[in-house]
Write a protein that binds this ligand. Structure first.
Ligand code: MSK
Length: 663
């Protein structure tokens, strides 16, 4: 009998996948099995930057001897491929940020009447950082206009440096200055990075990678941070909210509308519109009991963080959502939207609606978003979903599993939890780390990936890390993976956390896995790390903290940009999967050893999740040693637990066995 391969660690997802296989429906999981990665391109050894090639630099002595037609060496080719990914990832987050800045400007100038500044306190915080006058009777919209214009300068400035440079600790900035990687502006760094990789320009791998780091820093400390800040200003800085996660969020007797992608603006308006009495009455006139709004990927995270809108999960759940047969419409904006959803939707009644002028899809209905008439457009989308409700026909796989979730943690709220509105700080957390109650902090982020039992690596690492007294901050599909596993509740996670971490979480009143938002909100981790450095007692820069970033199932170029801005900011980062520079020992050494010497951060690629865990704990413990903190001793606080018992091992096996790339 053919052995069934577990394709997702989520039971709900796995059930739908199996149902789809029986029905002959093809998903990303089937395609991942059929399409093996090209081993030359996968490891960075293929150059297709000009039309003399593609040149494949292979062979046992390729590092030293292989040359492209122009003479490019393997390290040059691998470094160029890497920095191209950084530029693409940076452009994605930052173009999203540009639209947010234009929306803020339109709101300030009274041109986007469906929006207001919801968080004036956050606006004033950002104005203060930028040196813009606020308060003393100055109209809020004037402050907002100046903030928007100043942040827009971060895109096209030719000389100087990004506005938020001073938000980084002084020592971190000094390292950037020493190595010439202070970003000038987003567009300039993206363009220069791409220029350097053009045929016949920059050939020195180390120099190419330094340029890549400058570009990545423009993503983290400008593009992503701008997007997070403006989204908070316009829609509110997140505070903890209760919701639900998994494919069971869809309702048989209500209109199900899904918002998917990354941009929050239209989704925010849809949240308002689905609550309008006229819309609910219209849905009832079509035989539905109401309208059920759900999210997917990072648009989901945006509306989950601020409104508790339930999430159907991360990247690999998008086709599966449609396969429930219950999704009446899926409204998509930009990034991480599989073109496959249009084909899948054609097998059901689901309407796919594209909304961005930048992103269209054959087979979709296009309703173009414009922030100047946001409600009008949102109503069109909601109506289309309602009109489609009576058309449900094809039998889908109806799944009911879902888990409670607590999301909505921001830097501001975490500080508030540690001292209240006026005395908020990171003192309790820093003290807990110094004492060894909390061993360290891990940012568990990045995508979920059909090349492994999807979400399985996130689940394994999340559970093992909290058992080892490591506090987790999560974003993007990492959060979705934890949410759809039921890990984002204080109770569930506290039952599994190590005794020291459990004590601290109970004292502060936080769960051990903090959902910080969308992938663009990794910038919140930068501001948290900076605040912890400023608080004192640990490292006085981001580098040297007992902190690590992990993206075990990454697939997007955005993840590469994120990993690199963390590395340049001083955080050791470990990605799962095969290394996209694995063909070159020199480039691998630069990104692990040389970057660590210069910035105290690094970027590793490691397919084995047990080795990822071991490396993360090793980095945390050696940072503790270098800071002369109390040696971490498991079980010193509270009651010691068995960190990996047989039941836990069986649970991992049930979720797909020891997960590894290339099932
Ligand atoms: S959506 S970039 S799959 S985290 Fe932000 Fe998820 Fe990765 Fe897209």
């Amino acid at each position: 009998m053919e052995k069934k391969i577990r394709k997702s660690a989520s039971d709900a997802a796995q059930k739908i996948i199996e149902w789809g296989e029986a029905e002959g429906l093809q998903t990303c999981f089937d395609r991942a099995q059929k399409l093996k990665p090209c081993p030359i391109g996968e490891t960075g050894a293929c150059c297709k930057n000009c039309h003399m090639g593609p040149c494949r630099l292979v062979g046992a002595d390729a590092e030293e001897k292989a040359r492209g037609i122009c003479g490019a060496t393997l390290p040059t080719v691998a470094a160029r491929n890497m920095v191209r990914m950084i530029a693409a990832g940076t452009s994605a987050h930052s173009d999203h940020a540009r639209d947010m800045a234009f929306t803020l400007l339109a709101v300030a100038e009274g041109e986007a009447k469906d929006f207001q500044i919801k968080d004036v306190r956050k606006l004033y915080k950002v104005a203060g950082i930028l040196g813009i006058e606020f308060g003393n009777g100055r109209p809020v919209n004037d402050v907002a206009r100046d903030v928007a214009k100043m942040l827009l300068d971060d895109f096209g400035r030719q000389k100087g440096f990004i506005n938020y440079l001073n938000r980084a600790p002084g020592k971190t900035q000094e390292r950037w200055k020493k190595w010439g990687i202070i970003p000038r502006s987003i567009d300039r760094e993206v363009v220069e990075t791409l220029h350097r990789t053009n045929v016949g320009v920059d050939h020195d791998p180390d120099h190419l990678l330094l340029g890549g780091l400058r570009c990545a820093l423009a993503d983290g400390w400008a593009g992503s941070m701008i997007s997070t800040d403006i989204t908070d200003i316009l829609f509110g800085t997140p505070k903890p909210v209760k919701s639900e996660a998994s494919l069971g969020i869809f309702k048989e007797d209500e209109v199900n509308l899904v918002v998917h992608g990354h941009e929050p603006t239209l989704a925010e308006t849809i949240v308002d519109v689905v609550g309008e009495p006229e819309m609910i009455a219209y849905a009832k006139s079509k035989g539905a009991k109401g309208i059920n709004l759900g999210g997917m990927c990072c648009t989901a995270n945006e509306v989950l963080m601020r409104h508790g809108i339930p999430t159907a999960g991360g990247f690999t759940n998008q086709e599966l959502g449609i396969m429930t047969g219950l999704v009446d419409a899926i409204s998509v904006d930009v990034q991480c939207i599989m073109p496959a959803i249009a084909e899948m939707a054609s097998k059901f009644h689901t309407k796919v609606i594209t909304t961005s002028p930048k992103a269209m899809m054959k087979g979709a209905v296009h309703i173009e978003y414009d922030e100047h008439k946001s409600k009008e457009i949102a109503r069109k989308i909601v109506k289309l979903a309602i009109d489609n409700y009576p058309n449900r026909k094809a039998k889908g796989s109806h799944i009911t599993d879902k888990f409670p979730v607590i999301a909505g943690f921001s830097d501001e709220y975490i500080q508030y939890m540690q001292g209240g509105r006026w005395r908020g700080s990171y003192r309790p957390l820093n003290d807990a780390i110094m004492a060894g109650r909390v061993r360290g902090v891990v940012g568990l982020a990045g995508c979920d990936n059909p090349r492994v039992p999807s979400t399985g690596l996130h689940r394994y690492l999340a559970m093992e890390l909290i058992r080892n007294d490591v506090l987790i901050v999560s974003t993007g599909c990492g959060s979705a993976a934890c949410g759809t596993a039921g890990y984002l509740t204080p109770e569930m996670a506290l039952e599994n956390a190590g005794p020291g971490l459990r004590e601290v979480c109970e004292a502060i009143g936080i769960p051990p896995i903090l959902h910080l938002g969308a992938c663009v909100d990794n910038s919140r981790i930068l501001t948290i790390a900076s605040a912890m450095a400023a608080e004192g007692g640990l490292s006085d820069e981001i580098g040297g903290m007992p902190a690590v970033g992990i993206a075990p199932e990454w697939m997007s170029e955005k993840a590469i940009a994120i990993g690199c801005y963390f590395a340049a900011s001083g955080v050791p980062v470990i990605f799962g999967g095969e290394s996209p520079v694995g063909a070159s020992k020199e480039v691998t050494k630069i990104m692990t050893e040389v970057w660590f010497e210069r910035f105290k951060g690094s970027l590793h690629f490691e397919p084995d999740p047990e080795k990822i865990l071991a490396l993360a704990l090793q980095y945390i413990d050696s940072a503790r040693g270098a800071l002369k903190l109390r040696k971490y001793e498991p079980g010193r606080f509270g009651t010691e637990r068995v960190l990996m018992d047989m039941a836990a091992r069986r649970e991992i096996e049930r979720a797909g066995g020891k997960p590894h790339i290339g099932i």
